[in-house]
Write a protein that binds this ligand. Structure first.
Ligand code: Q0Z
Length: 287
């Protein structure tokens, strides 16, 4: 437990600590989930990769919107943040049709009340990126909601601003990722208000756990795409005939090594830095 920090929450793969009255410490573990189940085997350095990517994007997007990042710790897996009053919606942006967006489109022809052209296939690129808010479920899965429902939850003015900022963040990150051979299919942002009431980007941003990253060279719409980072682990688990209920299976060493290599590769492609440089001095991602 980090010194002087009081544990206040656990996510599936992260821990949250209070730092004084208005600070938080977000610590990313090496745990991995597949099919929504935490596996008993860790992926070494996964938490460092995700923390380094998050810090990289916070640093690169601070001109677009202020964020909660205060400091990146020497361990490379802990972010000191400002405590925000979080908005009660998940701010998802989709550039491609996948996951719950694809499911909703098959059923209704729309995603979050936004009609899409007929005849789209799974994983197709959308005519333009769309903002698809969701409620924060206490447990289980977030539920997609339409713009009117989201605007009722946060107020119409804040809703309009959050949509515009989320779309700008996606456009910036998707262009950057595309230039490095990675498609950013979709991503989830969480925003809050700081002590002055300023809209502020919080939580983790543009990591493989909050986004779908696809390898551009392997992109083939018309079906599901391989996950950039988790596909080895998923394929292994599927091959076992596991029923996808807890507890999940242990991963063998070669699957752990292959999965770790994919996380490190995503980090190196997106940041343009070697992962070794990051371990030696995490602050290199802040430029
Ligand atoms: C983020 C979460 C985690 C469990 C609360 N800056 C902030 N201000 C207020 N609240 C949060 C943040 Cl980031 C906040 N979460 C998600 C993160 C473990 C849950 F590391 N919950």
């Amino acid at each position: 437990m980090p010194e002087g920090a009081v544990h206040i929450g656990s996510g599936k793969v992260r821990e949250l600590y209070a730092l004084g009255d208005d600070g938080l410490l977000l610590v990313a573990s090496d745990r991995i989930s597949t099919f929504d189940v935490i596996l008993p085997t860790e992926i070494p350095d996964k938490g460092r990769v995700l923390t380094g990517l998050s810090a990289f994007w916070f640093s690169r997007t601070r001109e677009l919107v202020p964020n909660h990042l205060v400091a990146l710790r020497d361990d490379g897996r802990s972010l000191e943040c400002r405590r925000l009053e979080m908005l009660p919606i998940e701010c998802v942006v989709r550039g491609y049709l996948s996951g719950s967006g694809w499911k909703d489109y098959l059923r209704t022809g729309s995603v979050c009340g936004q009609a899409l052209p007929p005849g789209l296939r799974e994983s197709d690129r959308l005519p333009e990126p769309i903002f698809t808010p969701a409620t924060k479920a206490q447990s289980g899965h977030d539920e997609n909601i339409d713009a009117a429902a989201a605007a009722r939850l946060v107020g119409p003015e804040l809703y309009a601003r959050v949509e515009q900022v989320a779309l700008s963040l996606y456009a910036f990150a998707a262009a950057h990722a595309r230039s490095r051979g990675i498609l950013l299919a979709d991503t989830k942002f969480e925003f809050g208000l700081d002590a002055d009431g300023t809209l502020t980007l919080g939580d983790e941003v543009l990591t493989p756990d909050s986004s779908r990253f696809w390898e551009a060279a392997a992109y083939e719409p018309g079906g599901p795409q391989a996950s950039y980072d988790k596909q080895f682990a998923r394929d292994y688990c599927e091959g076992l005939g596991w029923d996808k209920t807890a507890p999940g299976p242990e991963l063998p060493d070669d699957v752990v090594a292959g999965t770790r290599a994919r996380y490190v590769e995503a980090f190196e492609l997106l940041t343009g830095l070697s992962f070794g440089e990051y371990i030696a001095d995490p602050r290199v991602v802040l430029r």
